[in-house]
Design a protein around this ligand. Structure first.
Ligand code: HEM
Length: 192
């Protein structure tokens, strides 16, 4: 588990920064209002749509059976949430955000580490959202429920693939850091 440990320790400060963006803090502090929740879903849509586009383009160029099999889009959950909230897909100009580029499977591992790891925190956030009185009118939180009780098993599968199949740990760590910074920038972006 060497690389996974290194990923965790080298990105813990970046994780803290993302957790402390006002919109994410509001979830845990139970202060999140409906309008803020809508914004949170739109920001997450922007993040996942951008990253998944990059992931697919790397996988098209570099065939990799276990990563292709493991990859699972989060957009269906986000689209269900947006539909039930009456939201349209957010439009942000390319100059407003700087989407990380990945060129190898090793870099994809860094990106997937951040995406899949965020699903773990998701279960805590799911509970906080369900208990939030301001959000009583929302019947289901598809994105934040994510894998439900299977999240741990999925994380374990991911860890095994990373440990067994990574050939450039430094590239993975660099890509994970860039991916965290991208999340932070979208959580702080002015959606206008
Ligand atoms: C308020 C928001 C968040 C909270 C409270 C939170 C909390 C947590 C917690 C408690 C864990 C450990 C879970 C476990 O080991 O079972 C975790 C893991 C993780 N989270 Fe978050 N998280 C938040 C947002 C995010 C976001 C937005 C991202 C992505 C940018 C993220 C990325 C990760 C990663 C990569 C891990 C795995 C760390 C490791 O064990 O290597 N988290 N988070």
């Amino acid at each position: 588990m060497e690389l996974m440990k290194k990923l965790k320790s080298t990105t813990s400060e970046l994780h803290r920064r993302v957790e402390e963006t006002p919109i994410n803090k509001a979830i845990i502090q139970q202060g999140m209002k409906l309008e803020q929740y809508k914004e949170l879903i739109q920001r997450n849509y922007l993040i996942h749509a951008s990253l998944e586009h990059q992931i697919k383009s790397v996988l098209n160029k570099n065939k990799h059976a276990s990563v292709s099999h493991f990859f699972h889009s989060k957009l269906e959950w986000l689209e269900k949430d947006m539909t039930s909230l009456g939201l349209t897909k957010p439009h942000v100009t390319n100059d407003a955000i700087s989407i990380p580029r990945y060129h190898s499977i090793a870099e994809l591992f860094g990106c997937l580490y951040v995406i899949e790891g965020s699903m773990l925190g998701g279960s805590i956030l799911y509970r906080a959202l369900r208990e939030n009185k301001h959000l009583d009118s929302i019947p289901e939180f598809h994105f934040f429920k994510n894998y439900g009780k299977d999240v741990g098993l999925r994380w374990k599968t991911f860890k095994n693939i990373v440990e067994d199949e990574n050939d450039d740990p430094d590239a993975t760590i660099r890509a994970a850091k860039n991916t965290f910074r991208f999340y932070e920038s979208v959580f702080q972006l002015n959606l206008g």
